[in-house]
Each structure stands twice: as C-alpha cells, then as structure tokens.
Design a protein around this ligand. Structure first.
Ligand code: BES
Ligand code: ZN
Ligand code: ZN
Length: 487
C-alpha cells in the first residue's frame, strides 16, 4: 500500500474511489455530497458504519467525533468493507482537527494498513490486495500554516507502526508446528540482518550455562528445543535504555496439568508477548529511535511426555530462588522468571517491561480487549496507559497488594508457582514475577498481561479475527514519547 500526501484539493485528485468520513452525524458538511442517497439507504453515520455508493465511487464511514482512535477504527472498517472490490486507488481528506497535531493523520494511515490485513498463509486461494494507492489531501488546511514535514513524519511513523503490528500478527497466527522456538530465533536473526540490529540466540547448552533451569524444565517434554533471543538496537547517543521481555510459548498445552480441549485451542497465541517484542524491535530500528532498546524472548513449547516437568517438582530459578511447582500450566511465569533475571544481568536499563499472555484471570477481570498493567511504581504504569490511549489500545492498572502476595507462599520452597486462592490470578502472577526483579529495578519495571487482546476470535475495530499485535503500538508510543523527554 502506497501513501501520497498532497496539498491539492480533494476534487482535483484523480482516483478510483473517494472515502468520506461523516463526523458527529453532520450531513451538512460540504464533503457529504450524497445526502439524499445516504438517507435512502438508511446510512446514519454512526461510528464504524460504512456505506459504499458504487455508482458514485464514494465510500462513506461514520465517526462519533474526529479523533485518532475513532478515525483509525473507522478507516480500518471502511477498508475491510471494500476488500474484494476492484478499486485500486483511494483519495481522502486529512480530517486533521488541529494545525499542529498530526495524530489523526497518523491514525488514519494506521487504520488503512491494519484494516487491510488478512492472514491467508493456509488458504488455497489468497485474498487479492487490490487497493494499492492512498492519496491524502491536506485541503482542510488551506488557510492554516501547514507543516508538510511534520505530516510526512507522521505518515512514515504510522506506516512503520502498523506494518510492525501486522508483522507481529503474522507470527502469532502461524501454527505451532510452523513456528516453534528455533523458528522464532530465525525470524529474529533475519530481522536483525535486515534492520541492522544485533541478535544473540541462546540454545540449550548456553541456557544450562546461564542456569536457566526453570525455563529448561518447562521446555523439557517438547521435541522443539528452547531458545532465548536477545535483540538490541543501539543508537550512538541514546536518551534512555529500555529492556523488553516477551513470553514466547510457541504452544501451551498446559503440560501435565493438561488444558481441557476447549481451552487448548488458540494456545498458539501464547507466543504473543515474544512476537510483540519482535514487532517493536522492527519498528524501533526502522524509526531509528534515539533509545537503546533490548528485546529478550523466552521461546519455549510446553508439552507432555515421560520427561515432562511435574506438579510437586521444585525448580531453582536463575537467581537461586526455589519454586514449588503445583501446576505446570502456570509455565509462562517460570519462563519469564529466568529471562527477566538474564535480561537484568545483561543490561542495566532505565525501564523494564514484560509482555505476556500470562493469565486467563486477566481476561476474566478486564475482558478481551484490555491489557492489564502491573508493577511496583506508578510512573512506568501510568506512562504505558497514557501511551496506549494515543496508540488506540486499551490498558488498565491492576494494583499489587501484600495480602495477595501471601497466597504464593510455599511450605517447602521459597515460593509456589500458583496462588492458593482462586481469585486475583492476574495480580498474583504479576507478584510472582516481582520476585525475579532485582531491588534496583523494582521501580523501573512494569508487567503487561496481554492475554485478553492478543488473540480474539472475532473482528474488533481495526483488529482482525485472530492475532491483534497487542502491545506493539502502545510500546512504540511510549518509546517515541521517551525520545522527547529530557534526561
Ligand atoms: N497461557 C495461559 C494464559 C492464557 C489463558 C492466555 C487464556 C490467553 C488466554 C497461561 O500459561 C495459563 O495457562 N495460566 C493459567 C494459570 C493458572 C494455572 C494459575 C490460567 O490462567 O489458568
Ligand atoms: Zn499455561
Ligand atoms: Zn501460557
């Protein structure tokens, strides 16, 4: 998909189709030329409602009000609505509501790319990507002092962000036997080669040397051996150092605490955290952000077998803490424990974030569309929530507390891998991870449980059926904002 910015008025642009956004149900705006026709077909201009007037070559879509989130979703829905048609080019006005702020323009670009996404790797007939050319007119700005350069940057960053999100979606949607730990490592290596990142991959021998025994225990019953991946983006004068850690369970059968069949389907998505880290690293390098970013991924498959790790085992994590295993399905936290320790050993960061499809409890608590943000200090958590708002992702804080922490106590080891209560499972998982964060990093760390939004089996807004790429857009906004802060 190609984008072109022009100052030409919309009427002077040649294109196969025109997209018109109807805001606030205002049919009086001069862009809305087909008022009568729209009324005839019952188009009300509600948020995400679309109407294609084929004979006019005009596509209408409604938004409640002009803002980034609404426009992103509406544009994505509109683009999805014309898949299968033969329109090759489309023109649209910028709809920017502020001469200085290019947020709506960026959201629009993201909407086009995110909405046009489809995953057809396993379909015999591939969907045709007919729509190739998007021309955005900055006409609304006549009379304003228009900063074309700023618009071009927004367009570029929007493209990079959305393409990185689609990159993550593709990895997550890939089946567990096509995307196992060694494949995730290959994806990382290829990305590093193409984008000028450094990449280090640890195989079982090195993992043993690094004493990542809990990660190795989870991996043991799988025919696919585990990998720990370390990607880094190192600009010359970085404004900050950020570490990202991703849960990359290429399949989570539950292990010996086997998941019931209905719960096992979709568990190829348990690599969403790691896949998000890959997408973020791709975008960070393409934007060439002046931030040093390290991405660590624990790529493991959790299976059953004669050599599987068991409930009743006691494992020793990399930092020496002993863990009583009471449920092998709480494997993500075991993998993350070791990778978090390793990441802190390797890099002294200003911020540490982990992304994980960690608990069903997060989905129960906040629903399918929202990520749960946890940690010890308000700063990184609040910054993530602010960033997710401008990125068009939903995120909410879940507070830790000392009473829930007690539920992780073990009679025989330092800690248990599950809590002794049925309630507060997202928080207790987060508080388990806290045990593996060094003292000096306690306030720098936030845990992002993406179990809800990472993989949803229906279309929602700009997201397709399946993988959404959750975490990618929110983290990129956070990092971009960080570049604007004084150190
Ligand atoms: N990968 C799952 C969590 C999950 C559930 C992600 C649903 C996405 C959708 C995780 O490894 C898991 O199985 N967690 C258990 C923990 C429990 C045994 C304490 C869970 O949430 O049930
Ligand atoms: Zn599990
Ligand atoms: Zn899992």
């Amino acid at each position: 998909m190609n984008f072109e910015l022009t100052i030409s008025p919309i009427n002077e642009i040649e294109s196969a189709l025109e997209l018109i956004i109807v805001a606030n149900k205002n049919f009086k705006h001069h862009f809305v030329q087909d008022k009568k026709l729209l009324k005839k077909v019952g188009f009300l201009g509600e948020q995400d409602e679309t109407c294609l007037l084929v004979e006019k070559d005009r596509l209408y879509v409604g938004v409640d009000a002009i803002n980034g989130a609404n426009v992103r979703t509406a544009v994505a829905t509109a683009v999805r609505g014309i898949s299968g048609t033969q329109y090759k080019s489309l023109k649209v006005a910028s709809y920017m509501n502020n001469a200085k702020c290019t947020a709506v323009l960026r959201a629009m670009v993201e909407g086009f790319i995110l909405g046009a996404y489809s995953f057809d790797t396993y379909k015999s007939t591939k969907s045709k990507r007919t729509l190739k050319e998007i021309i955005i007119s900055l006409e609304e700005y006549h009379g304003y002092e228009l900063d074309m350069e700023k618009c071009a940057i927004s367009l570029n960053n929007g493209q990079i962000t959305a393409e990185a999100t689609n990159f993550t979606r593709d990895i997550v949607n890939t089946t567990p036997d096509d995307c196992y730990p060694a494949v995730m490592a290959e994806i990382a290596e290829t990305l590093a080669k193409n984008n000028g990142l450094t990449c280090k991959v640890l195989k079982p021998k090195e993992l043993k040397k690094e004493k990542m025994e809990t990660l190795l225990a989870v991996a043991r019953a799988s025919r696919h051996t585990p990998r720990v991946i370390h990607l880094s983006h190192k600009p010359e004068h970085p404004k900050a150092i950020v570490t990202l850690v991703g849960k990359g369970l290429t399949y989570d059968s539950g292990g010996l605490s086997l998941k019931p069949s209905d719960y096992m389907v979709t568990m190829k998505s348990d690599k969403s955290g790691g896949s998000a880290v890959l997408g973020i690293m791709k975008a960070v390098s393409e934007m060439n952000l002046p931030i040093e970013v390290h991405g660590f991924i624990g790529a493991v498959e959790n299976m059953i077998g004669g050599d599987a790790y068991k409930p009743d085992d006691v494992l020793v994590a990399k930092n020496g803490k002993t863990i009583e295993i009471r449920n092998t399905d709480a494997e993500g936290r075991l993998v993350l424990a070791d990778v978090l320790c390793y990441a802190q050993q390797e890099v002294q960061a200003d911020y540490i974030f982990d992304f994980a499809t960690l608990t069903g409890a997060s989905v129960v608590g906040v629903g399918h569309y929202t990520s749960s943000i946890m940690g010890n200090a308000d700063l990184p958590k609040d910054a993530i929530i602010t960033a997710s708002k401008s990125a068009g992702e939903f995120a909410t804080k879940l507070d830790f507390n000392r009473y829930l922490k007690k539920s992780l106590k073990s009679e025989i080891a330092d800690i248990c891998n599950i809590s002794n209560t049925r309630y507060g499972g997202a928080i207790t998982a987060g508080q388990f991870l806290e045990e593996f964060i060094d003292k000096e990093h306690k306030e720098k760390w936030a845990h992002i449980d993406i179990a809800g939004p990472a993989f949803v089996e229906h279309i929602w807004g700009e997201n397709p059926h399946g993988a959404s790429g959750a975490g990618v857009r929110m983290m990129l906004r956070f990092l971009e904002k960080l570049t604007k802060e004084k150190k």
